[in-house]
Design a binder for this molecule. Structure first.
Ligand SMILES: Nc1nc2c(ncn2[C@@H]2O[C@H](COP(=O)(O)OP(=O)(O)OP(=O)(O)O)[C@@H](O)[C@H]2O)c(=O)[nH]1
Ligand SMILES: [Mg+2]
Length: 213
């Protein structure tokens, strides 16, 4: 459908894709006191270090450098808030499972993340990213267990799907969906690739639902 506010849309981009293109950096926080007011809607991106959270955020917003992408695991060390529009945010969470982090910092993050995930009312859903070559690790399960308590709706992006052939990627997805159905029936899953754009429309639709578009 033609949007009267945007007479020259990017060819092939869906209206959902266009909505996320103007997302901008809002702030980085290191303690709960710095959180924006708990009144809007937000979706957090969680997952193991290096799973592709920052890359997914860049791909979904159609921006190259919104979130920092790195070959060095453990790069994202703050809660980074990105504003889609006032009161609607995407949040890049620090990755877990990176061995090189000093204990004191790891504990600080575990406590901060735990409270954010348990208590934040604005948080409508969690995008849980897993490298398709290492799906559902023990730490991913711990996070899902925590979300099931609240309960916090969760959608898994199996990232780097371009690293496997189509058939192999489908098989990992089907296996994961089967496991989720038994262990975490409220969680859903899809394939995703930042460089090829695989799964972009499906992920946008999930963001739209949680952010109330
Ligand atoms: N082939 C491929 N590589 C990807 C994809 N997503 C991320 N990568 C690569 O994986 C590495 C880690 O990506 P990031 O987006 O920085 O991962 P992250 O989860 O934000 O990592 P931390 O912030 O350290 O927790 C980078 O080298 C990316 O280029 C993908 O869909 N396909
Ligand atoms: Mg990151």
């Amino acid at each position: 459908m033609k949007n009267p506010n945007n007479p020259n849309p990017i060819p092939g981009a869906t209206s959902a894709a266009l909505r996320y293109r103007t997302t901008c950096f809002f702030n980085s926080i290191n303690s709960l006191a710095q959180l924006p007011p708990d009144t809007g809607r937000e979706v957090a991106f969680a997952g193991r270090s290096n799973a592709g959270k920052s890359s997914a955020l860049n791909a979904l917003t159609g921006q190259r450098q919104l979130a920092r992408v790195s070959k060095t695991p453990g790069r994202t060390q703050l809660l980074n808030f990105f504003q889609v529009e006032p009161g609607r945010y995407l949040v890049d969470l620090p990755g877990y499972g990176y061995a090189q982090v000093p204990d004191a910092i790891r504990r600080h993050w575990q406590a901060l993340l735990g409270r954010y995930l348990r208590e934040r009312r604005a948080l409508r859903g969690l995008m849980l990213l897993m490298d398709i070559r290492h799906p559902l690790t023990t730490l991913d399960r711990q996070l899902l267990d925590g979300c099931a308590h609240r309960p916090l709706p969760t959608h898994v992006l199996l990232t780097k799907a371009d690293k496997l052939g189509r058939g192999a990627a489908r098989m990992v997805l089907q296996q994961l969906q089967k496991t989720l159905k038994t262990d975490y029936p409220d969680a859903s899953a899809q394939l995703f690739s930042a460089p090829t754009g695989l799964g972009m429309d499906e992920a946008h639709a999930q963001l739209d639902e949680w952010l109330g578009y």
